[in-house]
Ligand binder design. Structure first.
Ligand code: SF4
Length: 346
């Protein structure tokens, strides 16, 4: 019989498995504490469980469903990229970005991505499959292990690795619930952000189901025509509807929306486009992140020059839109925004 993976099981499934083994109810709490608080990865380490139970559990269940294959550390800025393999041999990546108070963790939600954004390496991989909730949680647990070994902490989590999290929402939601829950990892919900392209209905769904999670929207264009070229999966999701969903999200959560805008030379970096963008976002509780384009072999784009980027930033700021230009991170290890393609660089 194939082994189950513990982090993919919910409490009910775990409880029933323990009942079948004739174990009392409190065993569940003990196991949850070991896995999610103490971060152990084998049953043998669960010292307050009877030895016989540890052996029986190890025969039936594995704790982690992904394996760390390689780790790369950027010589430029200490960003770290971790390459994992799933049990069916798919490669996925998580990225650790150094902050003043610890690390921001960029997590993957799918193997590849089916959204086909033409500036993104993951988009060129195509989509293989959704990650299970356990595979998402395991990225968090493995990385938390890793950072603790470096005497550091994960201080924020953003679903901006491989994949579109809202296209795998049931599993992403299940994973987040475990990561934030009292008997899970007890990670603050407001320190988690979902980054989405915002197909019609997705932002509303997020507002209803995971109210306090932060929202980042991959916007990349101030009008529908260009946006459909750069983010083809939104062809039936006009900007007007997306803006309304984002405003509703801001109203419900009282949190600002981050709009991501990759700066592509002579594509979306003209003065007139900055003005249109400012108009589009007028009155919103938001922030614009201008992202320097990180070159991807397949992508037919060039990065905007610094003069155009500064002009774009100035126009937004001059119209009262909070804006920053993101500092590229981990470019030398293909870990920067849009560069994740799960290639082993060794
Ligand atoms: S930018 Fe995001 S949604 Fe678009 S292809 Fe890349 S991973 Fe998928």
């Amino acid at each position: 019989m194939a082994k189950q993976f513990l982090t993919s099981l919910d409490d009910e499934q775990l409880r029933s498995a323990l009942t079948k083994l004739g174990e009392p109810r409190y065993r569940l709490d003990q196991i949850l504490r070991w896995v999610y608080k103490d971060n152990v990865s084998t049953f043998a380490q669960m010292s307050d469980l009877p030895n016989e139970l540890r052996i029986r559990l190890a025969e039936r269940v594995s704790i982690r469903s992904i394996k760390l294959q390689s780790e790369y550390c950027s010589a430029e800025d200490s960003t770290r990229k971790l390459l994992f393999y799933t049990r069916d041999n798919h490669a996925i990546e998580s990225v650790l970005i150094p902050r003043k108070d610890g690390y921001a963790l960029c997590i993957s939600s799918q193997v590849g991505c089916g959204m086909g954004c033409p500036f993104c390496a993951t988009g060129y991989m195509g989509m293989s499959r959704n990650l299970e909730s356990g595979e998402i949680i395991d990225q968090f647990l493995s990385v938390r292990d890793h950072t603790r070994e470096m005497n550091q902490e994960v201080v924020s989590v953003i679903f901006m690795g491989m994949g579109e999290p809202m296209a795998n929402f049931p599993n992403v939601r299940k994973a987040i619930c475990r990561i934030i829950s009292e008997d899970g990892c007890q990670f603050g919900v407001r320190r988690i952000t979902i980054s989405t392209i915002g197909v019609k209905g997705w932002v509303s769904r997020l507002s209803k189901s995971l109210k306090n999670v932060g929202l980042a929207v991959s916007l990349h264009a101030p009008d529908d025509e260009l946006r459909m070229r750069l983010v083809p999966a939104v062809r039936n999701s006009p900007l007007a509807g997306l803006m309304q969903e984002c405003k509703d999200h801001q109203y419900v959560t009282k949190r600002r929306t981050t709009y991501e805008y990759v700066m592509l030379r002579h594509v979306n970096d003209f003065e007139s486009q900055a003005e249109s963008l400012a108009k589009l976002l007028q009155g919103q509780l938001c922030h614009v992140n201008l992202i320097p384009f990180n070159r991807v072999t397949e992508a037919p784009f060039s990065p905007s020059d610094s003069v155009s980027t500064a002009r774009f930033e100035r126009i937004l700021a001059g119209n009262g839109i909070p804006v920053t230009v993101r500092t590229p991170r981990g470019r030398d290890i293909d870990a920067a925004c849009g560069q994740l393609a799960a290639r082993d660089l060794t």
